[in-house]
Design a protein around this ligand. Structure first.
Ligand SMILES: [Zn+2]
Length: 291
């Protein structure tokens, strides 16, 4: 299957709610699987009077949407699928207004759907500790005046990004930029022994005692990269900074303002896309199957 999911592909694959339900069944259980009730590897048939499948051996009813965001909703499955499609294929995020327009639902419904999909993206992207060479960089986001990097600027949320060189990314909201907070972020997310590149916010060698090879670039002194012969590593934070550039630009352009309360979800949305880029079909099914 191609990695890109065009809108034409989308409507060909999911022409109606029925096709969507079948897809959820296939992604979560398979049309043939070991029945949870009788234990027999059985075929499951669509029941005509409810959103369920029945085991051909014992007749047990299986509701494929149980436990998913599709379970207790009056919004048609195809609209949910299309909303998820928009989240998977966008680069700058999807605003409530845009969802309202594209789906033809009320703004309130659109907003709620958006938050539920972001939640799903955040949960679907939990993984183990980062390894190898990891860059760290903090950012101040979400205030009304985008782009100004003032420490502790009013209305802004402090966020920390951690990115493996050419690899996965994580991001989280942090309460402040004090040493114990910053050190805690690294200990929670980065495997011991990894090389860690930061800016001077984390004083050079701070993490050495915790078993990391740490280098700090002095951005204030216009030092953007340096080679550490001791650890044989090039220290810079360019890849995580480019993630923050996209994130800030997108939040300012698409959402205007994101409050601290919801910031975690928006981070989850953007890191999920960054971690699964080039695999829109896989991203899509990951979210469809998530509970
Ligand atoms: Zn059965």
């Amino acid at each position: 299957m191609a990695s890109q999911l065009t809108v034409r592909d989308f409507f060909k694959r999911f022409p109606d709610d029925e096709a969507c339900l079948t897809h959820i069944m296939q992604v979560r259980y398979g049309l043939k699987h070991d029945c949870r009730a009788c234990g027999v590897e059985a075929t499951f048939h669509r029941m005509s009077n409810r959103r369920a499948y029945a085991c051909s051996h014992c007749g047990d009813h299986l509701y494929p949407t149980a436990g998913t965001i599709f379970e207790n909703t009056r919004t048609p499955l195809q609209l949910w699928f299309y909303a998820i499609y928009l989240f998977v294929t966008t680069r700058h995020g999807v605003s409530g207004k845009e969802l309202e327009r594209s789906l033809g639902v009320t703004y309130k419904t659109a907003w709620r759907m958006g938050q539920q999909i972001r939640d799903l993206m955040t949960k679907a992207d939990q993984f183990d500790m980062l390894q190898g060479h990891v860059e760290l960089d903090e950012a101040y986001v979400g205030g009304h005046r985008p782009g100004k990097r003032g420490r502790g600027a009013a209305g802004k949320t402090i966020v920390m990004g951690l990115k493996e060189r050419d690899g996965r990314i994580k991001a989280e909201v942090i309460p402040n930029v004090k040493m114990p907070t910053l050190r805690g972020v690294v200990l929670r997310n980065v495997e011991e022994g990894a090389t860690v590149s930061t800016d001077e916010l984390m004083s050079y060698g701070l993490l050495e005692g915790d078993g990391y090879k740490h280098g700090a670039v002095k951005h204030g002194a216009k030092e953007w990269a340096y080679y550490d012969y001791r650890h044989d590593a090039l220290h810079h934070t360019n890849s995580v900074e480019s993630f923050w550039r996209l994130f800030k630009k997108s939040v300012a352009g698409t959402h205007i303002h994101v409050s601290q309360k919801y910031m975690g979800r928006y981070l989850g949305e953007f890191t999920f896309r960054a971690n699964h880029r080039q695999m829109e079909n896989a991203m899509f099914d990951l979210l469809i199957g998530a509970v």
